[in-house]
Ligand binder design. Structure first.
Ligand code: SF4
Length: 432
């Protein structure tokens, strides 16, 4: 058994306990992973499909490429430095990395006068704009695990994004306060064709399901909020949901001792989705006048929560900020990656994707440097490709969990020749 504090031989076979999985924002830290003599990894305790896929990868290459031709690391770094050094308005995007990697991103951004955005910038901004506009009352996964009695899930089934959510946080057999978790209630509001099977309690109690198109959630949530505020609602139905059913839901929320309203911003993919989130925040706010309730914005995949936390504590702003004017400049709409590329406002792009080989850079005609997962499934060859160690497999790291209040250590599980993202970005920065 290997623990963080022990000096460990990363080349010999063994079983690593208490492994943290960074494949989604839940950061489950209860996995056991078996390491074979050839470095192959196998999850042997608490697997889920996404986690198994993440850990079972083996690098197809450790060699950088320049214009598709194999190169050594020094030459690739020199070429990347030349491209960035010649750019007036570079863009550092993707940003799929951990905290150490993100610190190196911020240093390089400041040195090169770059703009930064995350691959999940669009969905993250739905939450960030609401938080910046009105503030919010949200909770942690630990609080959910120990206190929730009514879970309202908005616009998602959660498990499509965070597969072990119910297993770890709702139907957990034990809590700190002796709660009978099998009596917890689950309501799904909005979305269609969701997998609601995970909301069935261990006693077999079915969840309440109130389906509607996610794009109509702002009005549905607006009516639920109006009912809670004691407003008169004349309509009898909204987006196919009976107002009487929303009134019953309002009563259940008011009667609950600790309700939690959960959503995934990625699932709310329609124009002005922040209006739905704004209404959730208002609902939680109103409920707290007489009982306890909290929001739970589920995110954290590809390091997005860590990226905006790191950027915020260094620059004062989350991503979609720029050093192009020599000071941190935040513009949540204009500094979006797709907009910057479409408007020709950047002249070189560095795309970073360390965790997920399927998260590729957007098409562009400007010089581009890709740094990330060795098995990135690139459709077009960038000017420079540098494979780096995957945090949580080939290098240690620290990652923020979905609830943004807990950061967990990622272990190195096997030996590698791959450099870290920090090594590569620091070398580029030193050459500028
Ligand atoms: S639910 Fe997420 S963090 Fe947990 S094991 Fe699966 S992919 Fe990893």
């Amino acid at each position: 058994m290997e623990h963080l504090s022990q000096a460990i031989d990363l080349s010999s076979p063994g079983t690593i306990e208490a492994v943290t999985c960074p494949a989604c924002g839940l950061l489950c830290d209860d996995l056991s992973v078996e390491r074979h003599a050839d470095g192959a990894l196998k999850v042997i305790k608490n697997p889920c499909a996404k986690g198994v896929k993440f850990f079972q990868y083996t690098p197809k290459t450790t060699q950088p490429r320049i214009a598709g031709k194999p190169s050594d690391l020094q030459a690739a770094i020199a070429k990347a430095t030349e491209i960035l050094g010649g750019a007036k308005h570079p863009l550092l995007s993707g940003l799929g990395t951990d905290i150490q990697g993100m610190r190196a991103v911020m240093n390089l951004a400041e040195k090169s006068g770059a703009t930064i955005d995350h691959m999940n910038g669009k969905s993250s901004m739905r939450n960030l704009l609401v938080m910046q506009n009105s503030g919010w009352q949200i909770t942690t996964l630990t609080e959910v695990k120990n206190r929730v009695d009514l879970l309202l899930v908005v616009g998602t089934d959660i498990v499509s994004y965070f597969s072990r959510f119910f297993e770890r946080n709702i139907w957990n057999p034990e809590t700190m306060f002796g709660q009978d978790t099998s009596s917890r209630e689950v309501v799904y509001l909005g979305g269609r064709d969701l997998d609601t099977s995970h909301g069935v309690s261990p006693k077999g109690v079915q969840p309440t399901v109130l389906p509607c198109d996610v794009a109509q959630l702002p009005e549905v949530l607006g009516v639920l909020r109006a009912i809670l505020l004691g407003k008169k609602v004349i309509a009898t139905e909204v987006a196919g949901i009976q107002v009487a059913d929303l009134a019953k839901l309002a009563e259940r929320l008011q009667a609950a001792k600790y309700s939690v309203v959960a959503w995934t911003a990625s699932a709310l993919d329609f124009p002005h989705a922040e209006l739905a989130i704004q209404n959730i925040v208002g609902i939680v706010d109103k409920l707290n006048a007489t009982t306890r309730s909290s929001g739970l914005p589920l995110s954290g995949s590809e390091g997005d929560v860590g990226a905006y936390n790191t950027s915020s504590w260094i620059s004062g702003y989350p991503f979609r900020m720029s050093y192009r004017n020599d000071y941190p400049d935040y513009e949540p709409h204009h500094y979006a990656t797709d907009r910057l590329l479409a408007e020709g406002q950047v002249d070189a792009m560095v795309w970073i994707s360390s965790f997920n080989p399927a998260r590729l850079p957007p098409a562009s005609k400007i010089p581009n440097i890709v740094i990330g997962h060795p098995n990135l499934e690139l459709e077009t060859e960038p000017d420079v490709f540098i494979p780096v160690a995957v945090p949580g497999i080939e290098t240690k790291g620290i990652q923020f969990r979905s609830d943004s209040s807990v950061a967990l250590p990622l272990k190195q599980l096997r030996a590698t020749d791959l450099p870290t993202l920090g090594d590569v970005l620091s070398a580029i920065e030193a050459g500028l």
